[in-house]
Design a protein around this ligand. Structure first.
Ligand code: PEP
Length: 253
């Protein structure tokens, strides 16, 4: 196993009212609140962030947002900025999730600004990358990953590159029950690591790269055992305290 610290993040997406989010975090805390050898992160919707931050305070669970704008303030109706997140002690932010890229017009150009902005503001960015089914079938997986990683990391200062977390999420595996084979996941993630090494060798060795896409308690062990996989970004299975806690336990093993 590498000496990169394992990282398990639950992306709650647009699920859970404040009351439901509170219930989920209360169910999680006895199970994962004292885990010190893995980074345990939950990403509730904006409106629940404050409640979940307050409940998780003093525990090992960190709270991240699911997106942020690249500007600190301005005429951007419906957006939320980094200072608004840090003010309530949010610790990081998912950036470039494929649902935001596909459904909400997220662009590589905006991500080029968002990733360094998050770091400057004291937030750990989880930069999501991944190919569609058609791109994989056409043999374009590496081209797509190269483009997304290079755009997303281009403006990150070299000395801070290792702080970014990258999530490789094949779009065809997200929320579909289809999961990448261990070989597909390892190959893609090793390729992403090599891309980061291309910016800076040491940063590429240190950067944490997650797998995401229908990861569940019953397939977590084989994916988390892969040499370049440092953790997981979990969607559906993070909405159930027992499942999420089992995945965290698997990452500790
Ligand atoms: C995700 O949305 O980041 C994700 C990996 O979802 P799921 O685990 O449900 O496929």
């Amino acid at each position: 196993m590498s000496d990169r610290r394992r990282f398990i993040a639950g992306n709650w997406k647009m699920n859970k009212t404040i009351a439901e989010a509170e219930e989920l975090v209360q169910a999680l805390l006895p199970r994962v609140g004292a885990v010190e050898d893995v980074d345990v992160v939950v990403c509730p919707p904006y409106l629940s962030l404050q409640a979940v931050v307050d409940s998780a305070r003093g525990s090992a669970v960190q709270v991240y947002a699911q997106n942020m704008h690249e500007q600190d303030a301005g005429a951007f109706t419906g957006e939320v900025s980094a200072p608004m997140l840090t003010e309530i002690d949010v610790a990081g932010v998912i950036l470039g999730h494929s649902e935001r890229r596909q459904l909400c017009g997220e662009t590589d150009r905006a991500l080029q600004l968002k990733v360094p902005k998050a770091l400057e503001s004291g937030l750990i960015p989880i930069l999501c990358v991944g190919e569609t089914e058609e791109e994989r079938e056409r043999g374009d997986t590496e081209r797509k990953l190269r483009h997304q990683v290079q755009e997303g990391l281009e403006k990150v200062p070299k000395e801070r590159l290792h702080e970014v977390v990258v999530a490789y999420e094949p779009i065809w595996a997200i929320g579909t029950g289809l999961v990448a084979t261990p070989e597909q996941a390892q190959d893609a993630i090793a390729f992403v690591r090599a891309l980061v090494q291309g910016f800076d060798k040491e940063a590429g060795n240190r950067v944490r790269i997650l797998y995401g896409g229908s990861l569940k308690p019953d397939n977590a062990a084989e994916l988390l055992a892969l040499p370049d996989v440092d953790g997981a970004l979990v969607g559906g299975a993070s909405l159930d305290a027992e499942s999420f806690a089992t995945i965290v336990e698997t990452a500790r093993a």
